[in-house]
Ligand binder design. Sequence first.
Ligand SMILES: *Cc1c(COP(=O)(O)O)cnc(C)c1O
Length: 402
Amino acid sequence: MPQAEGVSAQAERVFMRTAERVRNLPPYLFVEISRKIAEQREKGVRVISFGIGDPDLPTHPHILEALHEHTDVPANHRYPETEGLPELRECIARWMAQRFEVALDPATEIVPLIGAKEGIANSALCFIDPGDVALVPDPAYPVYAIGTMFAGGISHTMPLTEENGFLPDLDAIPADVREQARVLWINYPNNPTGALADIDFFERAAQFGLDHEIAVLHDNAYCDVTFDGYEAPAYLQAPSGKAAGMEYFSLSKTFNMTGWRLGWACGNVELVDPLLRVKSNIDSGIPQAIQQMAIAALDGDQSVIEANNAIIQKRRDKVVNALRSIGLEVTNPKASLYIWARIPEGDTSADFAARLIEEQGVVVTPGNGYGPAGEGYIRLSLTLPDNEVDEGVERIAAFTSQ
Ligand SMILES: *Cc1c(COP(=O)(O)O)cnc(C)c1O
């Protein structure tokens, strides 16, 4: 009998065991912050959160109209194709040509995504075999490294430092790492630092990719969240861009569409095609009524983008001023939804963020949540309503930072 018990206990353990890739997921980084938020709320404090980057402004009416118009069409109640509606791919090609003067074949060089995040995560399955290396920035949007880990790959982190304008130093990557590397992840305008890259940098990245047979994967989720007249370039505008890589775009931040889930990847057919093939075995495309929303957004009045950015820019100025007034070093970002602020020497990101919640009920993200090189910084997102920004700014100004 003891033997039988042993067997069943073992069977249960095996059944309950999660895969290594799940066990390897980092613990939720903001447990401590979440606990502090709950504490403040219990005390009746109205917490102001500059934490999450998710636009508070609603999706524009002309985009919602397209959804309403297409929900009753029976064809849209059935499985969509993974490659998306031909008219969506044509619309994306048109938009890329108008916005960036980048020419793309809608039949082979564009794959619509259920948001850029999905495409980024699934790309690891396309290009990373167990033991392969992905070059990943630090700090960074977490999905590059997590996708790599899911595919059994190894992330080699490239520190983004203020001295380098938060651009990776490609020459600093050791030769043996370069040999094992299959992909280079970059993201400009950058989350979380708000840093920018120009076409020259993209060309250098593309040349590096061609020289070492590394696919350059550029995440351009913030290309149209820009201020002060700045226009963000596309990686694909670099002369060698398409030869070396693929670029991800998203409607989420540009058109206040995080809830609708639509983006695309485009560029080299040798990179686009595997992503389409992997995706066709995992998902079954984007709901077609939502694809029609994307068409309405991309073909529609582009002045909504500018109007949106004017709102964010005002918030940015208020927050930057407040942070400077308490002695923090801040570069006024020309793009992205984030302020990346250096905290006073000798403090840690986590302690600073914790005190800001405890003393003022203001939530910011500790920079090390985006990687060890983010230590010494905090990130503030500008996606909260204006009245909350005003209140938050007053509370920050009242905070004793040292
Ligand atoms: C928000 C964000 C995304 C995700 O975009 P979705 O299209 O909503 O999935 C991708 N990359 C970065 C850097 C982001 O900040």
